[in-house]
Write a protein that binds this ligand. Structure first.
Ligand code: ATP
Ligand code: MG
Ligand code: MG
Length: 505
């Protein structure tokens, strides 16, 4: 694919803690009640707990109690990371408002939203990546190359996890630090189920695009990342491996005998020396497989040229991370790679207090690293201390809260729904469809995710009134001034004119 569409869905862990009395924390509300408070402004705004918002993304509260944010379609990795970070802002803003609403109801306490993948009961929730791929991509290459890549990718972009007790293949592993939170919760390689069997690659065929030309590859194995540089490596390497698969260059055959056993063994061996068996009976380490693919990727990029501005950074960080794992010296990546940033902090605190790895205080750090509240979350603290690198400026994230990515149909979705709201017109949208309730027969389908200027959309919106004369786009300051969460603020203001009556059908 010359250009690709990306999207990432994040499910957050949610906890409410009551105010401590005499040092003893009181239990707070149950997660589902807390999540209902969290989504109250969303439901007031959109009459549903499953809405698309002006920046083109989807906010969603499922029956479980893991609020979800799915970024709009992005066509550039930096745009994707900004959209994802905007999701953290949006959720944090909702959490602050929920605390106020609770206080008004006489419920004191604090909401913690964690961008991680396991809660203290051992339940897992996901970070799902979506990649647009051509329908012609051979399925076989997905299992011979992409699956082994994803099984071993955790050594690059796992979020790190302190494991206090673990039995692996009948053997007791003592307390230890693992690469990934998600690895132990994967049960299948490639399949179409999501919740029950949790496959690494989900083949459920919902392309949200022209199904004869494209697939949406749905990868549910990734850990949620706090670090922007780790995200760059995660999406950058995956995109590159997909490009190599799509272009048909020889990549070798790394097909694994048992991907699910392999993903666990790799996660629990921080030395990177655990070997896994390929279908041909060869023993390879995660570093071997990744180094083989990195080598191919370097060759591929030198022949084809760079297709985005961060490619050299991706290749260098890829190489440095493999070196760090192979040598056991992580000092070269411990500001850029989530598992290493967090491990350094845990190691320091453990050494300072002579704490054993299963000390609950270290478990707390493991969780607090993922707290999305900027004043409190340990990743945020490390960024402020210069111990965790960033990629984006704050203004990019601020903008991504208010506006959709400009390079995909998300721009049209955001424009459509904000305009319909400005005119007070009933409407509905999803990834593909745009409908005004009063004109159901004129609903518009945008199957091309790269479409950014559809005359059809403008024509339908023209039925609302004379937009050129009466609609004004509000500035960021004006939007922040509105009493609602910025992400739900009105983008356009109708300043006059008359709204025409609905058509008679
Ligand atoms: P659910 O999570 O309810 O099971 P789902 O997997 O369809 O459903 P959504 O939460 O709706 O997921 O999120 C879809 C994600 O796919 C979004 O991040 C979106 O940006 C992305 N996306 C939409 N269309 C495409 C496309 N054609 N190619 C790749 N990604 C896409
Ligand atoms: Mg989803
Ligand atoms: Mg999904």
């Amino acid at each position: 694919m010359e250009r690709r569409v990306f999207g990432v869905e994040t499910e957050f862990g949610i906890t409410h803690r009551g105010v401590a009395v005499d040092g003893a924390p009181r239990p707070g509300l149950a997660p589902d009640e807390t999540a209902r408070y969290l989504f109250r402004p969303v439901v007031e705004w959109g009459r549903s707990s499953n809405v698309f918002i002006p920046n083109g993304s989807r906010l969603y509260l499922d029956v479980g109690s893991h609020p979800e944010y799915a970024t709009a379609e992005c066509s550039d990795i930096e745009e994707l990371i900004a959209a994802d970070r905007a999701g953290e802002r949006i959720m944090d803003d909702l959490a602050r408002r929920a605390e106020e609403a609770m206080a008004a109801d006489g419920i004191d306490g604090t909401i913690y939203l964690l961008k991680n993948n396991v809660d203290s009961q051992g339940n897992s929730y996901g970070s799902h990546e979506n990649y647009l791929i051509p329908r012609t991509t051979h399925f076989r290459r997905l299992s011979t190359v992409l699956l082994p890549f994803l099984v071993t990718r955790q050594i690059l972009c796992g979020a790190g996890h302190l494991v206090t007790e673990q039995e692996e293949a009948g053997r007791e592993l003592g307390p230890h630090y693992a690469f990934s939170q998600r690895a132990d919760h994967m049960w299948e390689g490639v399949s179409s189920a999501t919740t029950r069997a949790r496959p690494i690659i989900n083949t459920r065929d919902e392309p949200h695009a022209d199904a004869s030309a494209h697939r949406r590859l749905h990868v549910i194995v990734g850990d949620s990342n706090m670090s922007e540089t780790t995200q760059l490596l995660r999406y950058g390497t995956t995109d590159l491996v997909l490009r190599m698969i799509e272009s048909g260059v020889p990549l070798g055959d790394y097909e694994l005998q048992n991907p699910i056993r392999a993903i666990r063994e790799i996660s629990h061996d921080l030395t990177g020396t655990a070997t896994v068996l390929t279908r041909d009976g060869e023993e390879m380490t995660a570093v071997d497989i990744q180094a083989g693919l990195l080598d191919r990727a370097r060759r591929f990029v030198s022949e084809e040229g760079a297709h985005h501005g961060h490619l050299e950074q991706v290749l260098q960080l890829w190489e440095r991370t493999l070196q760090a794992v192979a040598s056991g010296d992580h000092s070269n990546i411990d500001t850029e790679i989530d598992w290493a940033i967090k491990k350094r902090l845990i190691d320091e605190v453990a050494a300072r207090g002579s704490l054993a790895l299963d000390d609950p205080r270290l478990g707390q750090i493991d969780m607090a690293y993922h707290d999305i509240r900027p004043e409190r979350g340990l990743h945020h603290v490390l960024v402020r201390k210069g111990r965790a690198a960033t990629l984006l400026g704050q203004e990019q994230i601020d903008q991504a809260v208010l506006l959709p990515p400009a390079t995909t149909r998300a721009a049209l979705r955001g424009h459509f729904l904000s305009t319909a709201r400005a005119f007070g017109a009933g409407h509905s949208v999803d990834w593909v469809h745009h409908k005004l309730v009063d004109r159901p027969l004129e609903a518009i389908m945008l199957k091309d995710p790269f479409e950014t200027a559809a005359e059809r959309v403008e024509t339908l919106l023209d039925t609302l009134g004379d937009r050129r004369a009466v609609v004004r786009e509000l500035s960021a300051e004006e939007r922040l001034d509105q009493p609602v969460p910025p992400a739900l603020s009105e983008r356009y203001l109708v300043t006059g004119g008359t709204v025409p009556p609905p058509p008679v059908i």
